[in-house]
Each structure stands twice: as structure tokens, then as C-alpha cells.
Design a binder for this molecule. Sequence first.
Ligand code: NAD
Length: 312
Amino acid sequence: MKVAVLGAGAMGSLFGGLLAEAGNPVTLIDIWKEHVDTINTKGLKIEETKGVKIVKDVKATTDPSQVDPVELLIVFVKSTVTEVALESVKSIVGDNTTIITLQNGLGNIEKIEKVVGKGRVIPGVTSHGSTLLGPGHIRHAGQGDTYLGEIDGRITKRLNRIAEVFNRAGIKCRVETDILSLIWSKLIINVGINALTAITGLKNGDIVKYPEAEEILEQAVEEAVRVAQSRGIKLQYDDPVAHTKEVCRLTAQNRSSMLQDVLNRRKTEIEMINGIVVREGEKAAIPTPVNRVLTNLVVTMQKTYDLRQKAE
Ligand code: NAD
């Protein structure tokens, strides 16, 4: 299957590298020239727990006009730039192109559809974890399942075909009839963990050691659950607060992606995580004061990186 990956960072390189290794023609598209050049000259270096491998059969480019239309476009830019990135690759979206998004947060489906129209997007979630170590170099930090599903819940030929291509590449993939349930279930865990770790600077396991932080986690999750329920979303677990705390304990040593973004003075995905809970809550007249405070704090932090740099 002819594949392009939009955003070849930690996750895009991982998925693109594995699909290329399995024999699919893959082009990675990224704006980071040094990364692209390193992949083209030296290959993509993937550190796994069982060793390091170099994937040579993967192409990379900063220029989407060099790429012919593909059968599958996988979007792995941060959700802060989904729309602008999609605009830049419109020429590779043909009549038979399916677009997959496995990005975190809500709103990516709508942003992609705004650029390319409805009917093309298959959303999903993945439990794989990956870290970008440098140009052309990633660490595959954690294995996990990937779920894909048509927005209307149908099990289509294209869905099965993409899942088969993923499975053959060693990306364990299941097809789902209620993908929004999985997306919201993952969102709610991120709602409880990401902003709180980004603001406090704590690792995932630490926020459940302090009752004051734990209380914020509980309230943020409860608000998000009420918003999900108002939209008729059925979650994957019975007790979302207990489940989120369990995830904190299971990933105790992890620094959340939002904490990493704040530490590296990058724009975070806050608007698509806690921020979207606030916006969806407003539409349904459900109060979300804790998520609003978390969102406003993270937004303030990311707007003032420079101010704090000057004060040091
Ligand atoms: P990342 O920052 O490592 O990679 C994003 C890449 O997009 C970068 O290489 C950047 O240069 C590139 N980019 C930015 N603007 C672009 C543009 N206009 N056109 C093309 N490329 C552009 O991010 P990541 O960790 O790979 O995360 C990607 C998405 O996957 C996020 O939504 C994240 O929440 C989600 N996710 C990440 C993980 C993980 O373990 N890293 C796990 C699950 C889901």
C-alpha cells in the first residue's frame, strides 16, 4: 500500500518506519530539514527494547509536491498544526486516498475534513509510545494495540485492508464499530493527567501521591465524563476516575507529552484536550471550572516561555 506520513516525529517515524520495513512504499513528510536529510542519507534509526535497527527503505521529504497521490495518508503532526499541515499536502490526496489520524485530543477529524472534505477520514487510537531522540533517530518506548474505525461504525473494505497492512507490519491493529468511544476514553485519561503533570512538573505516578493534586485529577475527569455522557458517548471503563489513577500508577515513571512540551518550551495540545472539554461543556451547558483553570494555566505558561527565560 502506497503510504505517506504527515509529521514524521516520534510517532510518524515509528509507524512509517514499520510500514516501510514491511515492504510498503512510504514517504515521510516533515518540515524539519535536518531530520529529513538524515533519514534520506543514513536511514531511520529505531531503538527497540531488543536492540537498534536502521530502516533504509523509507523516503523523506520537506516538499509534498514531490509526492504522488497515495492510498493512505497517516496524520501524525501535533494537533496544534493539523489544519495548516493538511493544507500543505492537498496535492497528494487523490480520489482513492484514505486519511488516518491517531493523534491525541479531539477535533482532528473535523480539522482534516475541513480541508479535504468528508468521507476520507478513519480515526483511531494507539497505545504505542515513541520518543524523538534526534534527527533520524527515535526510541520505540512502548508497545500497544492500535484501533481504527469508520466514523459511522461500518466495517468497510478499506478499513479491513488498512488494518491488515498494519498487522502485517507488526502494528497490532483491531477494527472497531464505536471508535468515538475509544477516542473519548483515551481523551479522559489525558484530561486527568496531562495538564496536571505539565503544571506541577511531576511524573505521572507522583500526582496520585498528593491528595491535593489527586483531587484536581478527580474533578477534571468527572467534568469530562459528564460532557461525554451528554453526547451519548459510552466509555470503555466503568470507573473513569479509578481507571485514570490506575494509568498514573502503571506509567508512574513517565513524563506526559504535555509536560515534555512545557519543559521544551513548545506549544502543547491543551486546547484539544482540557480545552475541548470546556468548549463542549459550554455547548451542553455543563460547567467545567476545573478544566477551564487547567487550560488557562497551561495556555498562560506556553504564552510566557520567553518572559520566564528573561527573568532567569
Ligand atoms: P512530534 O512532535 O514528535 O512529531 C510531530 C512532527 O510534526 C515533528 O517532526 C514536526 O517537525 C512535524 N511537523 C510540524 N509541523 C508540520 C507541518 N506543517 N508539516 C509537516 N510536518 C510538521 O509528535 P509525536 O509525539 O509524534 O505526536 C504526534 C501526535 O501523536 C500527537 O497528537 C500526540 O499526542 C500523538 N501521540 C503521541 C504518542 C507518543 O508516544 N509520542 C503516543 C500516542 C499519540
